[in-house]
Design a protein around this ligand. Sequence first.
Ligand SMILES: Cc1cc2nc3c(=O)[nH]c(=O)nc-3n(C[C@H](O)[C@H](O)[C@H](O)COP(=O)(O)OP(=O)(O)OC[C@H]3O[C@@H](n4cnc5c(N)ncnc54)[C@H](O)[C@@H]3O)c2cc1C
Length: 450
Amino acid sequence: MATFDMRDERTGAEAVAAVQTQAFDVVVIGGGPAGMAAALAAHKARARVAIVEREQHLGGILRQCIHPGFGLSHFKQELTGPEYAQRFIDQVHATDIALLLNSMVIGIDSGEPTGATAVHTVTLMSPAGMLQLTGRAVVLAMGCRERTRSEIKIPGSRPAGVFSAGLAQRYINIENLKPGSRAVILGSGDIGLIMARRCTLEGISVEGVYELMPYANGLRRNVKNCLDDFGIPLHLSTTVTRVIGHDRVEAVEVSQVGERLAPIPGTERVVPCDTLLLSVGLIPENELSVAASVELDPRTRGAVVDQSLQTGVPGIFACGNVLHVHDLADNVTTESERAGAAAAAWALETGAGAVSDCELTVSPAGIAGYTLPGRITAVALTKLNFRVRRPVDTARVRILAGDEELLAGKVRAFKPSVMESFPLPAKVIQQALDLGANEIVLSVDPVEEA
Ligand SMILES: Cc1cc2nc3c(=O)[nH]c(=O)nc-3n(C[C@H](O)[C@H](O)[C@H](O)COP(=O)(O)OP(=O)(O)OC[C@H]3O[C@@H](n4cnc5c(N)ncnc54)[C@H](O)[C@@H]3O)c2cc1C
């Protein structure tokens, strides 16, 4: 049992209250698809595992994603979000993984020493009070949150009726509430596209989807199934430049944008509506990680991890949307199984996780927006994930160490909506080390068609 300093409310005097502590090998923060897959993989490796989830239920954001399109690669079957989540919830319930629901993690203390022998203390609050869990390994699986109006600074009045698309999804699919009658959607990411269809099916008229970029940001299949099939117009290179309305949204002003994405004066148009849904990006929820001294990559806004998904803080791993934004939950599951297995190997000292063969940073170049992992510490086959910043029909992935090209992929098309992966063979990592490099560069370079 650990102790925790608290101030007595009535006397103001410092009191020392006992805070219960429970010991595990691996503590997983977040019970979405990432947390469940990581916990199951760690449990399979015989670790004692706990999942801490702030909601009353496991499943994360998938509980509100009632449309199909999940599980195609993992289960070779098309499932809805809740069906996909339920398959993992059932597996978790069939184990002795400790579940702490309705429990919000408020801090991670890695204490001293911070090296391979460190034990992390995870502090959580639940209706029953404060609790501390200790673990040799912690898996961060807190998902992400949506960008809001204030983050993209849309001018105009501040009436009711401006929602993030995910909040509207929750209102409709879980709370049985109708956010409005006539909607404009800003942003053509997958959540925006899916909400355009959902609103239409719920009898909310969708005036159009407006996208700042000259291309749609969501998956091609979502543009077809959610907009084209329902006759919803997609306006590219267009953004909302003003919200109009006093108590409730009455209209939005939209404007075309130029090459530098700035609104073009004279192109303003007023679109009457009572609801503006924003689907303008997701931000990994890393406040806890930063407080635990985990270094973030400014490109992904997730942790800098190595090939086993371990952060710079020994014993803390990260996976799923808190690490980088995924378009498919199936990819979240695959990645998180790796993180869970690596966390268990670290905690039980059964893997090579504690051994560092090398230290190479991995950086993006050309039109690659980011690469993951950002560090390589072992000479072994490594899957590099990356995303391009703009669509190209013909480009090639090149792996470089200094001026030396070590490997080149086939010429093909790349889209920002699709997370890509490139296998980096152990011998290429060794080649970079033999050249004395401390950095490997993944460059995606457009090529002229022959
Ligand atoms: C609003 C929204 C809608 C989406 N819609 C779709 C969609 O329609 N289709 C699709 O393929 N993908 C969708 N996604 C992407 C989807 O999030 C991912 O595919 C996948 O769910 C990510 O899994 P995850 O476990 O990393 O995150 P999540 O599913 O977000 O799970 C994270 C969990 O961590 C918990 N948590 C966070 N902080 C704490 C804390 N401090 N203490 C305890 N628990 C905590 C949260 O409550 C949550 O349950 C959507 C994402 C968002 C944000």
